[in-house]
Design a binder for this molecule. Structure first.
Ligand code: DSN
Length: 466
């Protein structure tokens, strides 16, 4: 008990309180046990979210489901730890346990991706990208990345992002076949001499040729940054080329395909110790460390890093490889089933988890389709397509993904049904003239099939909907 005289901080020599195995679990049980009584309003919302995730079909590319043990790690007492700096070199006391957790997460990240160095502190991949770019560039330097409208990410130099304001951003797009045109990338690199070239996307359904990007970067004297946020699970499972030893720096988010918490990673491979030359001095690993802390972040989120360690541990297991195979197969079957129903896909198909539906020919917008699907219990988000004439909040495309479908156990056999549901809604919207015109009976039929799929394929390890 803390009395008026008791020191607020125990002296370093004081005996440690008895901590037994199971303390973390008892802490979580304690919180979960008292929350419904102490804060019924909040717990009602938290319960509603679990129910929502069970009862709706997330056909999304931008997320995966975190295993309950990942969520438990994210809710640990590490949340109370403030410790700027890195293991063994903190600016605050009391970080010895967190030091080990951070080392464990970094070890698992390097092992999973075959990296030599991993920085596990970025709060997201956006933060990771900012750290990398600000470590390698000065304001006004040129950055070459995939255009946002062609599937790029905000942090790859979009005008709305700090990366498009502080740096001179130049963008490559997609060729007429919906694929990256490496000749265009090379021509832009020759003309603009970027300091950094980004190979990565938020909405690109095809395989990246990192070797070709590295050749372009080398010719231009640029750093190559590979942002694998969307395909990190496929990379970890060996189902997509791994850029870690090819790019100078690789970044990823930990929640899109790794089943982790909100967060990011910076990975370095063969270039980790690159120290000198045209790119300036100092080993790259050290520049990345300083790029994260203190340049762009302060205190790391210790509990999130524990959750990253847990997710990375799960991703190293054989079940994850099986899951990754199912994700990719599902996407191919889903793409084929949509094409068979007369839909146009950006690039005509997919190599990864993502299917980009081009709705421009049918006159229905991405936003209307997203909304109509949501009323039927299907989540899929609007997305720009190449040459889109609609604004980004409206768009003419729909981005679908199979990460969560595969996690729930839906396989190729169910992808025809999923395609049929999307097709029914898109056609129903078109027939009804667009927004808010989905026939209620049709919506009810789609909703019933969604309910049936969700009942047959519940989110594993999450409580079933009552
Ligand atoms: N990067 C954004 C997306 O792909 O939707 C959000 O994580």
């Amino acid at each position: 008990m803390i009395t008026g005289q008791a020191p607020l901080t125990a002296p370093r020599s004081a005996p440690q309180p008895a901590v037994t195995a199971g303390s973390h679990r008892r802490l979580l049980d304690q919180g979960a046990g008292t929350l419904p009584h102490d804060d019924p309003a909040l717990v009602g919302l938290l319960d509603a979210e679990v129910r929502f995730q069970q009862e709706n079909l997330a056909m999304v590319a931008y997320a995966s489901l975190a295993h309950p043990s990942v969520l438990a790690a994210a809710g640990s007492a590490l949340s109370n730890v403030t410790a700027e700096g890195y293991p063994g070199a903190r600016y605050h006391p009391g970080a010895h346990v967190f030091d080990e957790v951070e080392r464990l997460a970094a070890q698992r990240a390097t092992a999973l991706f075959g990296a030599r160095h991993a920085n596990v502190q970025p709060h997201s991949c956006s933060s990771a990208n900012l750290s990398v770019l600000f470590a390698l560039m000065r304001p006004g330097d040129t950055l070459l990345g995939l255009d946002l409208d062609a599937g790029g990410h905000l942090t790859h130099g979009a005008p709305a992002s700090v990366t498009g304001r502080y740096f001179r951003a130049v963008h490559y797009g997609l060729g007429p076949d919906g694929r990256i045109d490496l000749d265009e990338v090379a021509a832009l690199a020759r003309r603009h001499r970027p300091k950094v070239i980004v190979a990565g996307a938020s909405a690109y359904p095809r395989t990246w040729d990192y070797g070709a990007f590295r050749a372009v970067a080398d010719e231009a004297g640029a750093w190559l940054l590979a942002d694998i946020s969307h395909v990190a699970g496929l990379v970890a499972a060996g189902l997509h080329p791994n850029p870690v030893d090819i790019a100078h720096v690789t970044t990823t988010s930990t929640y899109k395909q790794l089943g982790g918490p909100r967060g990011g990673l910076i990975l370095l491979g063969a270039a980790a110790e690159e120290a000198t030359g045209a790119h300036g001095s100092g080993p790259l690993a050290e520049r990345m460390r300083r790029g994260v802390f203190p340049r762009t972040q302060g205190t790391p989120n210790a509990a999130a890093i524990a959750a990253k360690a847990r997710a990375l541990g799960l991703a190293a297991g054989p079940r994850f490889t099986t899951l990754a195979r199912r994700i990719r197969t599902d996407a191919r079957v889903l793409a084929d089933a949509l094409v068979a129903r007369g839909h146009r896909l950006v690039s005509g198909g997919t190599d990864n988890h993502m299917v980009l539906l081009d709705l421009s020919a049918g006159g229905v917008s991405g936003a209307d389709t997203e909304r109509a699907l949501e009323t039927c219990g299907i989540l899929a988000n609007r997305n720009c397509v190449p040459g889109d004439t609609r604004p980004p909040l409206v768009t003419s495309g729909l981005r679908l993904g199979t990460n969560i479908l595969a996690q729930r156990g839906l396989g190729p056999a169910e992808m025809d049904t999923c395609a049929e549901l999307v097709d029914t809604v898109v056609r129903g919207l078109g027939a009804g003239g667009g927004r808010d015109r989905l026939d209620p009976a049709l919506a009810a039929r789609v909703r019933a099939t969604v309910r049936d799929l969700c009942d047959r394929f519940p989110v594993p390890q999450y409580p079933a909907a009552p």
